[in-house]
Design a protein around this ligand. Structure first.
Ligand code: DX5
Ligand code: ZN
Length: 219
């Protein structure tokens, strides 16, 4: 199933609650929450208190993208804050298998993210341990960056691997996705679409509906 995951990194934080309700009402399925530690990535965003506070008023599936070093240290905290899914970076985990098991033990869905320069073979021995694979289409750290074209080949390659292994794992793509390239990334193999600026800049309701319309046509 195709799913849209608006990234609140691009939201107006003064009106965050209102904007989350708007994406929910327009039909988005997930809420993408970008947590940055200023070490794994250059920037710092937000963390547990924010998630806990928006959890009270949102029924969306909380898709927490941890751009932090050794995320294992914080899995319990993010689970307690209200995450439904936690995605960790393969590059940030010394014991990736352990961290993914930890996420599942908390009853959450486990995702693994790969930076644009990280090869797919780091996934070779963990296909049984993941519910979602996140292919980064920008270098993580900031919203509003340009989509890296080489991502298309990576998505196509992953699609082939998953088909050969007969694995039904969600494939998420994140960074620089807009109404003009979303159909192409879906054709290449992504079914979970993250979008920050293209959802929150302008009319949120109409942006989400346009994304979902295109995504429905590519189901
Ligand atoms: C980048 C984040 C993205 C970002 C996407 O480090 O992981 O989720 O918010 O923003 P856009 O859609 O503006 O590229
Ligand atoms: Zn993200």
């Amino acid at each position: 199933m195709n799913k849209l995951a608006p990234s609140i990194l691009a939201a107006d934080f003064f009106r965050l609650g209102e904007q989350i309700s708007a994406v929910e009402k327009a039909g988005a399925q997930l809420l993408h929450i970008d947590v940055m530690d200023g070490a794994f990535v250059p920037s710092i965003s937000f963390g547990m208190p924010l998630i806990k506070s928006i959890r009270k008023n949102s029924g969306l599936v909380f898709d927490v993208h941890l751009m932090i070093n050794e995320p294992d240290r914080y899995i319990d905290d993010f689970a307690a804050s209200g995450a439904d899914m936690i995605t960790v970076h393969a590059e940030a985990c010394t014991h990736l298998n352990r961290t993914l098991s930890h996420i599942r033990e908390k009853g959450l869905k486990a995702g693994v993210a790969l930076n644009p320069s990280t090869p797919l073979n780091v996934l070779d021995y963990i296909y049984d341990d993941v519910d979602m694979i996140l292919i980064m289409s920008v270098n993580p750290g900031f919203g509003g960056q340009k989509f890296i074209p080489g991502t298309m080949d990576k998505l196509r390659e992953l699609k082939k691997i998953l088909a050969a292994k007969n694995k039904n794992i969600d494939v998420q793509v994140d960074g620089g996705i807009n109404l003009n390239n979303v159909a192409e990334v879906m054709a290449a193999g992504a079914n979970v679409i993250v979008s920050g600026s293209s959802v929150f800049n302008g009319d949120i309701d109409s942006n989400v509906r346009h994304f979902l319309e295109i995504m429905g046509e590519n189901e």
